[in-house]
Design a protein around this ligand. Sequence first.
Ligand code: AMP
Ligand code: ZN
Length: 473
Amino acid sequence: MTLTLHNTLTRKKEPFTPLNEKNVRMYVCGPTVYDRPHLGNARSVVVYDVLYRLLAHLYGQEHVTYVRNITDVDDKINAAAKANNEPISALTKRVEGWFHDDMAALNVLPPTNEPRATSHVGMMIALIEKLIANGHAYVSQGHVLFAVQGYKEYGALSGRKLEDLIAGARVEVESYKKHPGDFVLWKPAEEGDDASSVFASPWGRGRPGWHIECSAMSTEYLGENFDLHGGGADLMFPHHENEIAQSRCALPGSKFARYWVHNGFLTVNGEKMSKSLGNFITVRDLLDKGIKGEVIRLALLSAKYNEPLDWTDKLLEDAKKALDYFYRIISRADLALGEKEYETWLHDNGSKENGMVSIKDDLTDDLNIPKMLGSLHVWANAVSILPDRNKKVNLSGYIIKKYLHIIGLLNMTPEQWFKGADDSQPIEELINSRIAAKKVKNFAEADRIRKTLADQGIILEDRPDGTTDWRRA
Ligand code: AMP
Ligand code: ZN
């Protein structure tokens, strides 16, 4: 079994072979902390969390280094702090906390390292000095710029040509640029800038450009050559193109990242969900409505990671139904027995999970989660013809738990899932009263209790053995 991934650099699906299986290294562009994460941001974070979990599953947790940075110095941050009339550090600290809380609610694991840009300015300055020294960057009007014409492979990732950049450039190219495609490595501080966004440098007081932040932090934690770099499709150009150019030119002989992975957009009516368009829903909006984090997570995974996903409420409804189904099966299954029966099944069926499909292959085939969910159903159907009801449930429960756990789902017990945290006592009491009423054939009372519970959103399920189970609608 090999993991294949679509590599933007080669535009092909390729087998993923890390430089060192004992230390698989992955870098993903993290949030710019100026506001709560919306569902588009969350899609990107969840997709790479799945990839991280899968790499950890394949190579061992201790053999994967995952770096996701925090961009805490940026024009958008300066503008938001000014608008809120608060210090930058107060804003970035608060938003970073929101980001962590909201992502934890979606079962997103913390990365191995989560460097903040403001703590790595020294490394950025060192890279810029190298670029100036070897002729790839120049100082102009207090700015330092990267000269794109000096890097022959500029455009290889995004497929853009320098000539098109000139043609596409707006008329008012900044006067400090020699070429319209040149980009900022360092910019001077402005009057009234908050001290926490101003740093001393050989070119005066100022702050780094966004692109150099990621080049510096990835190199610091992963070295000059590492395995995989990810981010949203919007970052392919210019951000990732510029990261490659800077890093390769500053560190001659380095290749920087070998595999480039880009997640597709989350859209609303076909348009990219974004802060600037105002068509966004934050993760917190949904959590505050009582929608469970796992439901949001599964909804965000319902299209293939590199294809667009158009957001509708139906995605949440479908994800909720699917998770209810999965949790119901595992609540009835004996997972330990299921595992034993699974071993026997594999033995009897020549190591195939099912005559036609292998669920793990879907996951390792460029993270095809929609196909994997389909295969889980094919599996459940294949198993459903077994004559032994218990065996059927145990096997299905085991395999469902096994695979959904790899992608960060089914982290609760069925009890927690269906019943919520702590207020189940009065519900159990009402259910017991209803069972007692039914025993003495007081069906009017039993129906009244059923209705009382239904009004609280509690659905009862009578079992053939006389017991009653319940769940929230
Ligand atoms: P930002 O905070 O805008 O820099 O975005 C942080 C991350 O979220 C980047 O990797 C973006 O590519 C990603 N992102 C932003 N909006 C969307 C969207 N609508 N769909 C998918 N990813 C997005
Ligand atoms: Zn980046």
